[in-house]
Design a binder for this molecule. Structure first.
Ligand SMILES: [Zn+2]
Length: 131
């Protein structure tokens, strides 16, 4: 990680700002665990067109373990693309970049579980859960 932009003063400032705003690992927090974050990750990798110095909401605070797992899943050859396995208490994938949550997925977003599979009208009864 000792290459641009990580060697710049601007990145070091941005990293400190993000860790001051979100000092806990965001992935662990979604699992209900409180782990100190040491790494700051670009949500959209620079290699995929992400900005090198995004606003802090374009960054994610991670513990070393979660960062390593995410990097292995997404950026190495043969990675499976899903960095965090499992679902949160609402049944949504823990991985914020999971394909299920992609904008073009007709089942993603609000009411994802309310619509259910075609022909399953029983699921429409829970449409206004407000989750
Ligand atoms: Zn973590």
């Amino acid at each position: 990680m000792a290459e641009w932009p990580y060697t710049t003063t601007a990145w070091q400032r941005l990293r400190r700002l993000k860790l001051s705003e979100q000092p806990l690992c965001e992935t662990c927090a979604r699992r209900g665990r409180r782990v100190i974050a040491e790494h700051v990750d670009h949500i959209v990798a620079i290699s995929r067109g992400g900005h090198a110095f995004p606003l802090t909401d374009g960054l994610r605070s991670l513990c070393p373990s979660c960062h390593s797992i995410k990097t292995a899943a997404r950026e190495r050859a043969g990675g499976k693309g899903v960095a965090v396995k499992g679902c949160d208490v609402d049944g949504l994938p823990l991985d914020p970049e999971h394909p299920f949550l992609a904008g073009d997925n007709p089942l993603s977003g609000q009411g994802a579980f309310a619509s259910g599979p075609p022909g399953n009208e029983k699921n429409h009864l829970v449409q206004d859960w407000g989750v």
